[in-house]
Design a protein around this ligand. Structure first.
Ligand code: ADP
Ligand code: ZN
Length: 213
């Protein structure tokens, strides 16, 4: 199974992607996560990506496309994969088409988590993540058992640098301009499966599993 998860920042796309890839036993490919890992280890890619990400801007297409192409060619992707956060622009969407053509792959379904913009700012500014394993928490809705400590690995829970209110507003406006056009792009390809993203985590997963494929 080859899936793509789309949605505005804060739509729960990363959370659903982690759950689904686990349930379906396919590779979870998150470009945001790949960039954050690169930033953590201080690689050249990381330094470059940080300049864009911390301001809430998109990393340039060529860079992002190259890392995705490399990643999709790896062995574990043969059993299937779920792309989370890529493509994010029409240019990236077309680049993905050509990568898929090379790999002789097709996407089975594009899951679109449709969340009203009003809900997003409050969601994201309340988001916290584990600085070690990347697990996602929320100040009101997904509270760790021990304050400030990750349930999964004991790591320290922090706020993402790009989850401050000002940066969130910028990410939303970039989403509307650059990423939203991909909804039509995939609708035209008859691949789009729209799910209301303002439901609980479990209910969202259930709707995807019963409605999308
Ligand atoms: P969110 O969906 O909550 O914005 P992500 O973890 O998917 O979070 O992405 C975080 C940041 O990483 C983005 O705001 C952007 O700067 C960068 N990024 C991730 N994926 C892409 C992409 N496909 N193209 C360009 N930049 C990206
Ligand atoms: Zn952790």
């Amino acid at each position: 199974m080859r899936l793509l998860v789309m949605g505005p920042p804060g739509s729960g796309k990363g959370t659903q992607a982690a759950i689904l890839s686990d349930k379906l036993n396919i590779a979870h490919i998150s470009t945001g996560e790949m960039f954050r890992d690169a930033i953590k280890v201080g690689s050249e890619l990381g330094e470059l990506a940080a300049r864009y990400i911390n301001k809430g801007e998109l990393v340039p297409d060529e860079i992002t496309e190259a890392i995705v192409k490399e990643r999709l060619g790896q062995e574990d992707c043969r059993k299937g994969y779920l792309l989370d956060g890529f493509p994010r622009t029409l240019t990236q969407g077309r680049a993905l088409d050509s990568i898929l053509l090379d790999l002789r792959n097709d996407i089975d379904c594009v899951i679109y988590l449709d969340v009203p913009t009003q809900d997003i700012v409050s969601r994201l500014t309340a988001r916290r993540i584990c600085g070690v394993c990347g697990a996602v928490y929320h100040l009101q809705e997904k509270i760790p058992r021990e304050e400030g400590v990750c349930d999964l690995c004991g790591g320290k829970i922090v706020q993402r640098e790009d989850d401050t209110e000002e940066t969130v507003r910028k990410r939303l406006s970039i989403y509307n301009d650059a990423t939203r056009p991909l909804v039509d792009f995939y609708q035209q390809k008859k691949l789009l499966c729209t799910i209301a993203g303002n439901l609980s985590i479990d209910e969202t997963t259930e709707r995807i599993m019963s409605g999308c494929f």
